[in-house]
Design a protein around this ligand. Sequence first.
Ligand SMILES: [Zn+2]
Length: 323
Amino acid sequence: MNNNKKLQDSLASILVFPLVLTLSLLSVWLMLKSGLHEGIAVFAVLLPGALLIAILERLLPYRQDWNQSDGDLKTDFLHMLIAQITIPRLVKPALLALLVSSVGWINTTFDNGVWPNDWPLIFQVALVLLIAEFGRYWVHRAAHTYIPLWRFHAVHHSPNRLYWMNAGRFHPVEKVFFLLPEMVPFILLGTNVEAMSLYFVFNGIHGMFQHSNIKVRLGWLNYVFAMTELHRWHHSKLVRESNRNYGNNLIIWDLVFGTFFWPRDREVKVIGVYNPDYPKGYLAQLKAPFQGSLDKPADYKQRPKYYENKIKQECGVLVEEKV
Ligand SMILES: [Zn+2]
């Protein structure tokens, strides 16, 4: 690679995420200002955003082999359709109906709700992020800690490559759990539609970038965003590496609660779950959490040491690393 191309690539790696995120937020804000319905506006930004991110994976790949389909496209398309598009549209009205009495109580008590609607919009979105991320951090951490929850979350960790569509790979049951901290506090607080729409665009663009095969370099911003350089470690096959960086959009709660992980001297080697034969089809993945710990090979319980060493070898960490 010549020096000019190298410079272009490194500049693109630094700028690509902040630029696409800013443009996406600006676009949805302008659409809302022009009176477009929030559901249409969010979709009108995320759809071309997804296409752009898929193209950027070709132009600025992190790993060439991760651009090759693993027979996962159909499964991930169905996950995207069900978990990311259908489930939120079902959960939101259900939560509204359930919480309507609480909203009424808060509105009566605090005059128009307690949300700071007079703050500049950018601060309101930052506040939504801080609150939602706190809840998501603990739901995500619990999903890695408690086996019944992990069986659902293993669906998300099962792919052997990272690309933008992994952002949608969630079991529908787990997706409901993740939506609760993103919706309940804001229904109760009376957060306005504008701030929530900007949050969902932020969440969508960040999520697709976070799982993408784009070479993103964020420097000090890795202490703010839960972006690729950190999130790839979260998908490592090695549990002591993947039980870190739980942040969905922001990494702040990992910094606060001691799960931040960013080895600068090496890259993640192997991602996925222990079982190379984890179900790959959509329906098989829906059933998987109810069929035991399919993320582990069938004979794992008989020889756990063998598998632990095998994974360590694959991940190249037989020598104790500094954490
Ligand atoms: Zn996880």
